[in-house]
Design a protein around this ligand. Structure first.
Ligand SMILES: [Zn+2]
Length: 141
């Protein structure tokens, strides 16, 4: 019995320390995340301005942007219809409902081709990147 009475206050203390350590860890991760994410964002932004030929920063200049491909595709998507069934009785509650259904819709898939050029006249390298974006709709509208 002596062992238990000796042990219990320690257990509480250890538990407290563990909680405190966890709290500090979470706080640290949070602070690190806050300080690192703008840094990572800045680095990727900076890397995006690079010329692949002369590796210079802030050399990327958009020369041309064109839609190289545009087509309609059919896709099955999930839709949720929400509504309220109003009861005519004052005392009865209105019922909200949700209906999940699948619908086939037309999507427009666009391939955008960006033409970039290096700002450095000595380099003058030109290159292209492709970006695919899609949105609901049809080519007719
Ligand atoms: Zn260059």
């Amino acid at each position: 019995m002596k062992l238990l009475t000796d042990f219990v206050p320690h257990l509480l203390l250890y538990g407290f320390f563990l909680l405190a350590a966890l709290f500090v860890l979470v706080l640290l991760l949070w602070v690190l995340g806050l300080t690192f994410s703008p840094f990572v964002w800045l680095t990727t932004k900076l890397l995006q301005t690079r010329c692949p030929e002369c590796k210079g920063f802030f050399k990327k200049k958009l020369v041309d942007l064109e839609t190289s491909d545009k087509r309609e595709v059919l896709r099955t998507i999930n839709r949720v219809d929400q509504g309220v069934l109003f009861s005519n009785n004052l005392l009865a509650l209105n019922h909200g409902f949700e209906i999940n259904r699948q619908e086939q819709v037309t999507f427009v898939e666009e391939t955008l081709t960006h033409t970039w050029q290096c700002k450095d006249p000595a380099c003058g390298h030109k290159w292209q990147t492709e970006e695919i974006r899609d949105y609901e709709g049809s080519l007719g509208s």
